[in-house]
Design a protein around this ligand. Structure first.
Ligand code: GLU
Length: 284
């Protein structure tokens, strides 16, 4: 399918997974990649487009700063890591953004604030104002206070869903989800060599949902393919096209936006009855 229509997108959400912005060998932040990311975000802004980043990596960065070797299992350790790591992550984004004369803005969301009508409207207004002012909102879940012990009930669960919820909230027309996989396959390509790559999903049906896998396969990321398909459902129902691609080569963002056939494209099919609350309550 000709993807040149992606060139005309105006309000873009880019989700960056932990595996994309850290070195696999050490778990430390990959500054070279973050620098290229910020350069691309600047270039998107230079084309008079609006861009929002949903960035993971807080827990990982905090873990490194605190010298914790294992991936934290208990909630309080995760939350402490997030408190340290979120500040570090923003420090890096801010430093890189200022080098390119861009203004980074931190937006931390919780599921509670999204299900509450007045705080959701406030968040929406804040995003609109930040974009109007030309800032680049950098979003994450507020892991320090989200009680993520029961994912999807009292937290977003993963940043794949969160990025789709943000895309729906701000009326984005494109969501780019970068991860450590190339896109959607008929089965998990890491365990099934016969798995086939799917380049286009015209509309998400049960057939595609069955291809989702719960595990992410990476030692740092959270959401697996099922989380990405859930995100695709939210984004496409809200009216945004979505592309899942491998963030290994971060320049893929520009390739996607210039209409190149990279990753799996999920086409928007705006649902006139779209109601974000329905998705926040997992009633779909
Ligand atoms: N909010 C988590 C973090 O910043 C990441 C969650 C996710 O990657 O899905 O570490």
């Amino acid at each position: 399918m000709d993807r040149s229509f992606l060139k005309d997108k105006k309000r873009i959400v880019v989700k960056i997974g932990t595996s994309t912005i850290t070195h696999t060998s050490t778990g430390n932040l990959n500054l070279g990649k973050l620098e290229r990311l910020v350069r691309m975000l600047t270039d998107i802004r230079n084309q008079d487009k609006e861009v929002v980043v949903v960035s993971s990596g807080a827990i990982g960065a905090g873990r490194k700063a605190l010298g914790i070797k294992e991936r934290p299992k208990t909630l309080s350790v995760k939350q402490a890591c997030a408190a340290v790591g979120q500040a570090r992550l923003m420090m890096v984004y801010q430093k890189l953004c200022s080098e390119y004369n861009q203004t980074a803005a931190q937006v931390l969301l919780t599921k509670d604030t999204m299900v509450n009508d007045s705080s959701r409207y406030n968040a929406q207004n804040t995003f609109d104002e930040l974009l109007r002012l030309g800032a680049i909102p950098i979003v994450n879940e507020n892991d320090t206070v989200s009680t993520s012990e029961i994912p999807y009930v009292d937290s977003f669960g993963d940043n794949d869903r969160l990025s789709a919820i943000v895309a729906a909230l701000i009326g984005a027309d494109l969501l780019i989800l970068l991860s450590d996989i190339d896109g959607l396959y008929t089965d998990d390509p890491r365990s099934n060599p016969d798995a086939r790559f799917i380049s286009l999903v015209p509309e998400i049906s049960q057939k595609y949902l069955n291809m989702g896998k719960e595990t992410s396969g990476s030692s740092v990321g959270t959401g697996g393919m099922s989380a990405k398909l859930a995100a695709a459902r939210i984004a496409t129902d809200s009216g945004a096209d979505m592309v899942i691609a491998n963030g290994d080569q971060i320049d893929v963002i520009m390739d996607i936006m210039s209409g190149k056939e990279k990753g799996t494209l999920f086409l928007a099919h705006p649902n006139l009855d779209f109601d974000l609350m329905h998705y926040l309550n997992n009633e779909y």
